[in-house]
Structure formats: C-alpha cells, structure tokens
Write a protein that binds this ligand. Sequence first.
Ligand SMILES: [Zn+2]
Ligand SMILES: [Zn+2]
Length: 254
Amino acid sequence: MTIDLHVHTSEHSGCAVSSEAEQIEAAIACGLDAIAITDHDVLCDLTHIAALNGRYAPFKIFPGIEIRARNYFEDFIVLGIQDAELGKRSWHYEDLHAFVREKNGYILLCHPYRFHDKVPDAIFTHIPDAVEIHSTNIGGCDYDKIEALARHLNISTVTNSDAHQSEHVGIYYNILQGAANTEAELVTLLKTGAHTGGRDDKRIDIFNRRMGKTERLVKKFIRKGKDAQYFTQSTNMWHGYYDRVAMGKSYLLS
Ligand SMILES: [Zn+2]
Ligand SMILES: [Zn+2]
C-alpha cells in the first residue's frame, strides 16, 4: 500500500492552501492508495472521515494530527489515537510521548533540524517510532543528520509530502508491506518499519526550480539588510523561507 502520512487541508490548517477534497483528489490522481490527514493541533472528526472513506473508496483516508511540542518547538505526527485530549492540550513532548505509548499509538518526529542544528535531548530518552526524512519541509542539507539520528535511535524513517497545496501531495510517500484497513492496522504495519520510500522526481524538479527562485530572492533581501518581517510583508511569503536561508540552510530537495 502506498501512503502519504503528512497532508494538510485548508479547512483545519490556516497555513494550507488546498481543501480536503483537492488534497484527496490529488492523491488519487497521482496513484496513491491512501493518505493521513494531519492538520495542526486538531483531531479529525471520525464520522466525517468515515463519510470520506465511503465517498472515495477504495482510496483510504486515515485520521491523524500534527502536534507542536510547546517546550521544544518540534512537531510530531500522532496516528492511531482518537482521544479528544490530543487536540485539546498544550503538550510538552515528554507528556505527549507517554500518552501515545499508553494508548498504543504511533508518534513520528517531523522535519527535525528545520530551524535548529540539534534535536532536543528528550528525543534520546523518549524515542519516537520514526523520523521523517523527506518532505517539502526538509532540505537536502539535513538528510545526513536525519539518517544518522534514525540509525542512532534504531528507528525507521518515513517519507511524506507535508503538502499544504495539492501540487505537493505524494511528492514523497511510503510503500508499506501490506494493506491497512483500520488505523490500528496502519499503526501495526508502520511499527514493523518494513517500508520503503517512494518519490516523484519530476515534481521534485519543479519544486526545486521554484524554491531556488524563492531562496535567491531571500538572499537578495539579506544582502540589502532587510529582516524576515520586511520579507514577509513585501512578498507575502512564509517567514520560514527567510529563516532557513538566514541560518545557512536550504529547502532544496534531493
Ligand atoms: Zn502548516
Ligand atoms: Zn505538517
């Protein structure tokens, strides 16, 4: 089964451009078997997910959530838990990790090293199930560090789109050894770690051409001594592009 585990929708993520229907239709169009909807700090409505599954079958839509750990400024995807607490609490990572373990869920560290050179020490004492190594929010300059982290923690890597717009859905995805019908089955399959990464090189090239332009623009702003706020105000673009370039990092994929 092919699945993109990291997809946002404009209905529930303020930063997303494409709607739920657009994201699902894009995933079907690029040949994926399934996606997980992982909006920021909001749990999916299960009745709604069931209706979507009825409408788009045999394509599968799994409910998930992306949670910002407030004590570390790191993001985690949680799958396989339907407890309202998840979307309500302001989580510290250690508490979230304990909660996920207690409920037999799955916790994935998303885009580490995005705005830091280190991951928090708590990652080594409270080990997640997996770490994301590819997405539209992970530049090629961080791959080696992420791979080393996964090896050190002895956990698997996953590859997703982190799509906020439909052009990116399925740009990276996972190929699972088997098919999952329920969330519990998905979590069991993912926990085996027996999956490989899939990618769409043509769209990666298109992404890089656009991102290259954006980063050249950021460099121009930096050369002129303009700050991130000035950049976002005058271009209407996300400050994260500026921040990464200012740190000497890049969003270019490889
Ligand atoms: Zn977002
Ligand atoms: Zn995300």
